[in-house]
Write a protein that binds this ligand. Structure first.
Ligand SMILES: Cc1cc2nc3c(=O)[nH]c(=O)nc-3n(C[C@H](O)[C@H](O)[C@H](O)COP(=O)(O)OP(=O)(O)OC[C@H]3O[C@@H](n4cnc5c(N)ncnc54)[C@H](O)[C@@H]3O)c2cc1C
Ligand SMILES: NC(=O)c1ccc[n+]([C@@H]2O[C@H](COP(=O)([O-])OP(=O)(O)OC[C@H]3O[C@@H](n4cnc5c(N)ncnc54)[C@H](O)[C@@H]3O)[C@@H](O)[C@H]2O)c1
Length: 459
C-alpha cells in the first residue's frame, strides 16, 4: 500500500503550485512532486532568465547609441558576461526561492522531490515511494528537442539551458533555429559583442507571421550585424569546440557557416516519454502531447494535464490559464474553457513583436471580410521621442461584425500596448470602442485609435 493523498500534482511549473494551493485550501491532502527545480522552465531556464539577459543586452545597445541622445560616454561599451550571468542568476534564483517558500507555507501541501512515473492510473512511483491519489494533475512541461543531425554526437552544442551558464562571450555564436529562442538569444549575444549567425530551415523567419512582419524582423536583425541563412535544409554538424561548422547540405547553393559556439533552438518536446503514461492508459498524440478536452481532462477519469505538456499552449500565461480553468471547473463550478482563450504572445527581440488573435493571412484564409490598418512606428510620437522607431502596428478587423480579429505590434513597448486590443477582443466589443477611446499622450497605445481609423481592404 502506497502513501495516500487526495490529490497529486506532478511538476512545479507554472500551473502546479497555484493549483496545489487551491486544492490544499479546499481541504484536500496534496502532494506536489518535482524532479528538478521548483518553478520549472520559466523561472529557471526560460522567461525570467532570458528576459533578464535581454535587459542587459538592451543596456549595452543603448550604451552604444548614447551619443545619438547627446550623452557622452568614454570608450567602447563592453559586456562582462560573468556579471550578466550573476545578475541573471540572482533574479532567477530569487524567483525560485519565492516559489519554494510559497509551497512550503501552503496548508495541506507536501513537496516531494524525485521523478514521478505512473504504475497504474492512480499510483505514481517516486524513487522508492508509491504515491496514490484519486486526482492527479500533470504539469510536466517540456524540454529542447534534440534533432538527429549528423555530427550531433561529436560536436559540442548548447540548448537554452547551457547557454544561460556561459560566463565568457562566444566569439562567433551559430544558432540553428530562427524562432523565439534563436532570435531572442541571437540578438542578445550580438549586443553582448559576439558575432552571430542564425541558420533557419524555412524560407523566411517566423513563417506563421505575415510576410511584412518577417521582413521587418530580418531588417532589425541585419541592421545589428546578425547574419541570417534561410532555407537551410539537411543540417550537418562538423568540427570541435571553438572551431565548428553547420552545413546545410541540401541548400541551393550548399551553405557552410563556421563559428566557435553552437546553440540548437529547433523546438521543444513534452516531458511525457518517461511518465509511464501507458501504465495509466493516458492518451498522447503523435508528438507526445497529452490529449485533453476543453477543461484539461485526459481520457482517464481523475487525471488532468496542464501547461506545455498538453500541447494547447506553449507559454507561461497559457500554462497558468490551464490552472485557472481546472480550478474553476473543479473547485468553483465555473465552466471556464481552453477554447475561450485568445492567442496572445510576444517575441522578446528589441523592439518586441506582440501578437494577438489572427494574422492578416489567417483572417483572409478563414473567409472574413478583412479590413487592415497599419501605422509605422515612425508615426508614433512616443517612439520618435525615445529614438526607437523601428517596426509598425497593424490591426485586423472583420468589416461586417466590426470585431477585432487580431493585431501585431512590432515596436517599442508593443508587448504592453497590445493589451488594450486584447481586452477589447475578450469583451467582444466592436473595434470602434477603441477608436472612440481617449488614450494618454504620449504613449505607444495612443496611436491604436488612429490605426483603427485607417482601416481599409488589404491590397
Ligand atoms: C528560453 C525560453 C524562454 C521562454 N520565454 C518565455 C516568455 O518570455 N514568455 C512565455 O510566456 N513563455 C516563455 N517560455 C515558455 C515557458 O517557459 C513555458 O511555456 C512554461 O514554463 C511552461 O510551463 P509548464 O508549467 O507547462 O512547465 P514547466 O515550467 O516546464 O514545468 C514543468 C516541471 O515539471 C517537472 N517535471 C517534469 N517531469 C517530471 C516528472 N516525471 N516528475 C516530477 N517532475 C517532473 C520539471 O522538472 C519542471 O519543473 C520560454 C521558454 C524558454 C525555453
Ligand atoms: N517570448 C516567448 O514567449 C518565448 C521565448 C522563447 C521560447 N518560447 C517558447 O519556447 C518554444 C520553443 O521555441 P523554439 O524557438 O526552440 O522553437 P520553435 O518551435 O518556435 O521554432 C523552431 C525553429 O527551428 C526551425 N527548425 C526546426 N528544425 C530545423 C532544422 N532541422 N534546421 C534548421 N531549422 C530548423 C523551425 O523552422 C523553427 O523556426 C516556443 O514555441 C515558445 O513556446 C517562448
Amino acid at each position: 500500500m502506497g502513501q495516500q493523498f487526495d490529490a497529486v500534482v506532478v511538476g512545479a511549473g507554472q500551473a502546479g503550485p497555484s493549483l496545489a494551493e487551491r486544492l490544499g485550501k479546499s481541504g484536500r491532502k496534496v502532494a506536489v512532486i518535482e524532479r528538478k527545480l521548483v518553478g520549472g522552465t520559466c523561472v529557471n531556464t526560460g522567461c525570467i532568465p532570458t528576459k533578464s539577459m535581454v535587459a542587459s543586452a538592451y543596456v549595452a545597445h543603448m550604451g552604444r547609441r548614447a551619443t545619438d541622445y547627446g550623452v557622452d560616454r568614454a570608450g567602447d561599451v563592453s559586456v562582462a558576461m560573468e556579471r550578466v550571468w550573476k545578475r541573471t542568476r540572482g533574479i532567477s534564483d530569487g524567483s525560485r526561492s519565492s516559489v519554494e517558500a510559497w509551497l512550503a507555507g501552503m496548508p495541506n501541501v507536501t513537496l516531494l522531490r524525485g521523478h514521478a512515473a505512473f504504475e497504474s492510473p492512480h499510483a505514481l512511483r517516486v524513487g522508492d515511494q508509491l504515491i496514490e491519489a484519486g486526482e492527479i494533475f500533470l504539469n510536466v512541461g517540456g524540454r529542447a528537442t534534440m534533432p538527429d543531425f549528423p555530427g550531433i554526437d561529436t560536436v559540442p552544442y548548447m540548448t537554452n539551458v547551457g547557454i544561460m551558464d556561459l560566463r565568457e562571450l562566444p566569439e562567433h555564436l551559430v544558432i540553428v533555429g530562427g524562432s523565439y529562442i534563436g532570435l531572442e538569444f541571437g540578438q542578445m549575444f550580438r549586443r553582448f559583442g559576439s558575432r552571430v549567425s542564425i541558420v533557419e530551415r524555412s524560407e523566411r523567419l517566423l513563417p506563421h507571421e505575415d510576410p511584412e512582419v518577417s521582413a521587418a524582423i530580418v531588417d532589425i536583425l541585419q541592421r545589428e550585424g546578425i547574419t541570417l541563412h534561410l532555407a537551410a535544409e539537411c543540417i550537418e554538424l562538423h568540427g570541435k569546440a571553438g572551431d565548428l561548422s553547420v552545413v546545410a547540405r541540401c541548400a541551393d547553393p550548399r551553405m557552410e557557416v563556421k563559428g566557435t559556439h553552437l546553440l540548437l533552438a529547433v523546438g521543444r518536446q513534452p516531458n511525457t516519454d518517461t511518465l509511464g503514461l501507458d501504465k495509466a492508459g493516458v492518451k498522447t498524440n503523435e508528438h507526445g502531447y497529452i490529449v485533453v478536452d476543453d477543461q484539461c481532462r485526459t481520457n482517464v477519469e481523475g487525471i488532468w494535464a496542464m501547461g506545455d505538456c498538453n500541447g494547447k499552449g506553449a507559454f507561461t500565461h497559457t500554462s497558468y490559464n490551464d490552472y485557472e480553468i481546472v480550478a474553476a471547473n473543479l473547485l468553483d463550478h465555473e465552466p471556464r474553457r481552453i477554447s475561450d482563450r485568445i492567442l496572445a504572445y510576444a517575441l522578446y527581440i528589441d523592439p518586441p513583436l506582440a501578437r494577438i488573435g489572427m494574422s492578416e493571412q489567417e483572417a483572409l484564409h478563414s473567409g472574413h471580410d478583412v479590413l487592415v490598418g497599419v501605422r509605422p512606428m515612425t508615426r508614433v510620437g512616443r517612439a520618435v521621442e525615445r529614438g526607437e522607431t523601428l517596426g509598425f502596428m497593424k490591426v485586423v478587423v472583420d468589416g461586417k461584425s466590426e470585431q477585432l480579429l487580431g493585431a501585431a505590434i512590432l515596436g517599442v513597448n508593443g508587448d504592453e500596448a497590445i493589451h488594450c486590443l486584447l481586452d477589447i477582443m475578450y469583451a467582444k466589443a466592436p473595434y470602434r470602442t477603441v477608436t472612440h477611446a481617449v488614450h494618454i499622450h504620449p504613449t505607444i497605445a495612443e496611436l491604436l485609435p488612429t490605426t483603427l481609423q485607417s482601416l481599409a481592404k488589404p491590397s
